[in-house]
Design a protein around this ligand. Sequence first.
Ligand code: AMP
Length: 223
Amino acid sequence: MTEREPLRIILLGAPGVGKGTQAKRLCEAFAIPHISTGDILRQHVQQQTELGKQAESLMTEGQLVPDDLILALVEERVKEPDTAHGFLFDGFPRTVPQALGLDAILDRFEARLDAIVALNVKDNILLSRLAARRSCPECGSVYNLVVHPPQSMDVCDHCGHHGLVRRDDDKPDTVKERLEVYYHHTRPLISYYLPTGRLHEIDADGPVADVFDAIMAALPGQA
Ligand code: AMP
């Protein structure tokens, strides 16, 4: 069997667009690690590390954690041996300076991005999806009460924990703030990545399986 070329993907999109769900499927399909800066930060907050303490209030308010902190944690993460066959970034980069920093990190590893996948959904749909989002405080699994409910009401399918919660940053005021932050800081990444010829914009307002198929068809060498 021939060794596959590494696959390095960025998933871009507003909060609630379905990045986490698609990321999980793509990472399973390609056996690459799912690198979510939000998940890494939440672990730091839970463990009350120095970084966790600095990030906590920003996250609760829906603001971004400073670029230098994010870039340092990403550089550490991509040094892990499990990235040898590539990786998928979910929620990173979120600003143009982070994208510039990522280019510099990849240069140091003599690596390059293969695809930047931008998922698009209208704001009113994002808002209703976020209102229905619940997560497990124990293992972090994410559900949507409308489109992806747990099998048994209020019980986590993965770890059996009773009592799913709404993340602090999924509360209505914070959601509005996160969308504004997205349009101001993150959406400009579309123009940043457009000239690479590796940007794929996908309509993500359909069933999870259809969106997944559309992403797969867009990825290099998959069509
Ligand atoms: P997420 O789970 O990706 O929606 O991230 C949750 C929160 O973590 C965000 O609202 C930010 O406060 C913070 N965060 C996650 N990733 C980044 C990033 N790349 N840059 C800055 N802040 C981030």
